[in-house]
Design a protein around this ligand. Structure first.
Ligand code: HEM
Length: 398
């Protein structure tokens, strides 16, 4: 009855009616409008494109990963052969493997830059503490995905990386050996280790990652983009209460209320997300994806000799992002107490990073006025670089 009445109406009226029905049931246009025309701070838009670029690269990983899944066989007897087949006999196989590899490298680099930018601009402060916490967890998940991915080809490099990485939990007091046995599926690396690492790489970590991305983006919508201190009045003598009051009334949603924090309540000048910021987001993501396509085509992804657990002389070369940690691991086993100490320090460092917004409670946003967090961060960066250099000179006999 409803269908026949609908079919008898003129075409335009039918379309308008359908669109109104869809909008009423979903609120899609309202949502899109709200998202597109949201006000974002005017200055520094290229730096604020790093978050969207991170998202674009994750989606690229998802798509290239799905294509790899069409051929990859997660078994110790066939994993290497299936990737070797892709490399030698499939027209696009080597390119897709290259895309996934170079995509992961670029993703780690870009997510790192996004983190540095939100750290320097102190975007993690009230009310965006949870934007930071979800982001920091995402950073560790991305590293987890990269390292579990490196274990899947089951060539020599992957096999020995698996031996080293699955041994890391061993250094955790009390529960460490249990975790190692659970991950390996026994005392030693074997077929079950690959099955479990594959499940972690394609199900567990992506499930956690996409849930956290949802939370991260929801919080971004809730609190709006902070941007950086350059967008806010920082002159303490300026009688800005009135101006700020006015800007806060226009800004949505509620912002901090302490007097010094009120200075950072609403940006002086804003632009609509569409088209101003969206163009920058699209350009940055497109350039990065183009570079990844070219690198994937030119250099592909390596495949070593098939794995051979009997080799005694093989020295695994870790992925570049794993190099500082690998060097820590080389130092750690010399003495069990040193090992536990090193892992304790790493664990405390990771916890400090995740809970940074609850440690740095001052409302100040300018980096030079935050030496109490900037100096420890520089020290941490310096330590990571020193360990990377030590690792490079050990591996390449420099
Ligand atoms: C899967 C990874 C991530 C995605 C997809 C993502 C996405 C985004 C997007 C689209 C924005 C808004 C645009 C921008 O400010 O760049 C944003 C803002 C933010 N992100 Fe991320 N992000 C990720 C990881 C991280 C990490 C690792 C951190 C830090 C540990 C972080 C902390 C923040 C903070 C504090 C903001 C608010 C910035 C502001 O309001 O000024 N995010 N994120």
């Amino acid at each position: 009855m409803i269908v026949s009445r609908w079919l008898t109406r003129p075409f335009k009226a039918r379309m308008r009616g359908s669109a109104a029905w869809f909008e009423d049931r979903t609120g899609a246009t309202e949502l899109l409008h709200k998202g597109l025309y949201e006000a974002v701070p005017k200055k520094g838009g290229w730096a604020y494109a790093l978050g969207s670029a991170t998202l674009a690269l994750i989606l690229l990983q998802l798509f290239s990963g799905i294509f790899l899944l069409l051929d990859y066989v997660p078994s110790v007897t066939d994993a290497f052969t299936s990737l070797d087949y892709l490399r030698t006999s499939d027209g696009f196989g080597a390119w897709v493997r290259g895309l996934h590899l170079w995509g992961s490298y670029t993703l780690i680099f870009v997510i790192g830059l996004h983190m540095v930018r939100t750290f320097l601009s102190a975007s993690y402060k009230r009310p965006r503490e949870l934007n930071w916490v979800t982001g920091a967890l995402l950073f560790f998940l991305v590293l987890g995905l990269a390292i579990t991915g490196a274990m899947l080809p089951w060539d020599q490099a992957a096999y020995w990386t698996t031996v080293v990485v699955t041994n890391i939990p061993h250094y955790l007091p009390f529960i460490g050996d249990g975790i190692r046995t659970l991950w390996r599926g026994g005392e030693f690396v074997g077929p079950i280790t690959l099955t479990r690492t594959f499940a972690i790489h394609i199900w567990v970590l992506p499930f956690l990652m996409f849930s956290l991305i949802g939370a991260h983006l929801y919080l971004l919508r809730r609190h709006g983009e902070f941007g950086a201190w350059v967008n806010y009045s920082t002159d303490p003598n300026e009688d800005e209460e009135k101006q700020i009051g006015e800007r806060i009334r226009r800004a949505e949603p509620p912002y901090p209320t302490k007097r010094i924090a009120r200075r950072y309540s609403a940006p002086r000048e804003t632009v609509p997300f569409f088209p101003d910021q969206l163009i920058k987001d699209v350009v940055m993501s497109a350039v990065l994806i183009a570079v990844i396509f070219v690198m994937g085509l030119i250099s592909g992804a390596p495949l070593d000799e098939p794995s051979n657990p009997a080799t005694l002389s093989y020295v695994p070369t870790p992925e570049w992002f794993f190099l500082p940690l690998d060097q820590f691991l080389v130092v750690a086993p010399t003495n069990p107490l040193i090992a536990i100490g090193v892992f304790g320090v790493l664990g405390i460092g990771a916890a400090l990073m995740i809970f940074l917004p609850f440690i740095d409670r001052s409302p100040e946003r300018r980096p030079l006025r935050r030496p109490e967090v900037i100096i420890p961060a520089l020290f941490m960066a310096f330590t990571v670089i020193v360990f990377a250099i030590l690792g490079i000179s050990r591996l390449y006999n420099l």
